[in-house]
Design a protein around this ligand. Structure first.
Ligand code: UD1
Length: 345
């Protein structure tokens, strides 16, 4: 019997790519989404790519406990991947109550429902933001977390801790919760079909959507924030992880939980490539692989940015049997293909 995975926030950018990889690996997927930050484009894309048009879809807000319980009553859930959260750093600084309420309450509801339905395996979508301005690079899972610099980052740290504590408290009980936190570096790109991808609302905060929207003419000019950092070309270094590779890490983590291969009830893995790439290099590769010239300028540093961060991926490589495979060129070509697909719609 195929196992069933609930993907909360499954109609969004990462959730839709993860749903595709889960279905392609033989899992049943149930999607829950309140559609607060997306439309049906990606969910429809998942159905097209997988040829599965009967994926159960719950348009619910995970902050509403009754709705979450109803879902767990109706579906036999073996694992949950929890994406349903707000993710804009600047907005979280301006609206902390909204961020704490949404990101914490939805996760608490998922955990409580999971616990009360005989236990569950829970995968939490965390972020490299928990490391802050780390001094020793690359960062391993043991690198100490630094105090969060935004409510958004704080919710990631808090949810990691909540999961750890719930795992500990439920061990040996009737409602055992086991948990994995995946700390993503910078997810970019789109599915090779160009049927699903990132759909930011308004002006994108993140680099790659800003690049593709500039290339397509939606934005006039990309600002590269800072070219006086202590790096080779003066721009920041990040670990850009392909979205399909990232999605496959989720399948590996879910399989590890469901096959009882975890070494601890709560585990953490970095999900990145292990390779630092500068903003300038990324722009150059984007131009080269897509055969176009991007309108960009150097601008002042963006407050809150760290100079450099990239992952030590050995733990994920060894324990999950997973590694990033798609070359950056292909990832950036896919991001551009997706933007063009949107322009044709
Ligand atoms: C950001 C968040 C991080 C979150 C992640 C989600 C901050 C400080 N961090 O990471 O907490 O988990 O998004 O994807 O916001 N850049 C430009 N011009 C632009 C946009 C970005 O030069 O128009 C540069 C940034 O300065 C940075 C790099 O591109 O050096 C990547 O930026 P971004 O895509 O926003 O990701 P992070 O800041 O790494």
């Amino acid at each position: 019997m195929s196992k069933t995975v609930l993907v909360s926030g499954g109609a969004g950018y990462i959730g839709s790519h993860v749903s595709v990889e889960l279905i392609n690996s033989g899992y049943n997927v149930v999607v829950a989404d309140n559609m607060s930050n997306c439309d049906m484009t990606c969910f429809e894309g998942v159905k097209k790519i997988t040829g599965k048009d009967d994926i159960p879809f719950y348009q619910i807000d995970c902050c509403d406990y009754e709705s979450v319980v109803k879902l767990f009553d109706e579906q036999k859930i073996d694992a949950v991947i929890h994406f349903a959260a707000y993710k804009a750093v600047g907005e979280s600084v301006a609206q902390p109550i909204m961020y704490y309420r949404n990101n914490l309450v939805s996760f608490l509801n998922i955990l409580e429902a999971a616990k009360n339905h005989g236990g569950c395996n829970v995968l939490f979508s965390s972020s490299a933001t928990v490391y802050g301005e780390a001094q020793d690079l690359p960062v391993t899972e043991q690198t100490p977390r630094l105090p969060a610099t935004s409510p958004y980052g704080n919710t990631k740290q808090m949810c990691e801790d909540i999961l750890r504590d719930v795992v500990k408290a439920t061990a040996g009980s009737e409602g055992v919760v086991k948990g994995i936190a995946l700390r993503y570096f910078n997810p970019i790109g789109a599915h090779p079909s160009a049927l699903i991808g990132e759909l930011p609302r308004g002006v994108p905060n993140n680099l790659v959507p800003f690049i593709t929207q500039t290339a397509v003419g939606k934005r006039e000019c990309l600002s590269i924030f800072g070219n006086d950092y202590p790096t080779e070309d003066g721009t920041c270094l990040r670990d850009y992880i392909d979205i399909v590779d990232l999605a496959k890490a989720h399948v590996a983590a879910v399989a590890r939980m469901l096959d009882d291969r975890m070494k601890e009830g709560y585990e953490i893995f970095n999900v990145g490539t292990g390779r630092p790439v500068s903003v300038y290099e990324l722009v150059t590769v984007f131009e080269k692989v897509n055969g176009l010239k991007l309108n960009y300028k150097f601008a002042p540093r963006r407050p809150g940015d760290v100079v450099a961060i990239w992952a030590d991926t050995r733990l994920a490589n060894e324990e999950l049997g997973w590694q990033a495979e798609r070359p950056l060129e292909e990832t950036l070509a896919s991001a551009w293909a997706w933007e063009k697909h949107l322009a044709e719609k």
